[in-house]
Ligand binder design. Structure first.
Ligand SMILES: N[C@@H](CCC(=O)N[C@@H](CS)C(=O)NCC(=O)O)C(=O)O
Length: 79
């Protein structure tokens, strides 16, 4: 399983998720959608939205995109 967080620095909801990353047991790749617009395009193509934070869960090519900072935090902490 691979995890990637779509985020940008000025987003307070993203900051909530970013702050919890050191506490979780899995590695989460950080994808800054402002610094690399291709991340945003990829997210929009897959979900029709560009809201952040968004967690991409990649299970051997099967992708699940999770929205809502609270849900993302609870999910990551449950792993
Ligand atoms: N309820 C959401 C709020 C997320 C949110 O409002 N994100 C803002 C940035 S701070 C955003 O991406 N707005 C643009 C959009 O929704 O397309 C959460 O807790 O994750």
């Amino acid at each position: 399983m691979k995890y990637a967080l779509y985020y940008y620095d000025a987003c307070p909801f993203c900051q909530r998720v970013l702050r919890t990353l050191p506490e979780v047991k899995v590695e989460v790749e950080k994808r800054n959608v402002m610094k690399d617009r291709s991340f945003s395009a990829q997210q929009h193509k897959a979900t029709g939205r560009t809201t952040v934070p968004c967690l991409l869960i990649d299970n051997d090519g099967e992708e699940t995109w999770m929205y809502e900072s609270g849900d993302i935090i609870n999910y990551l902490k449950s792993l």
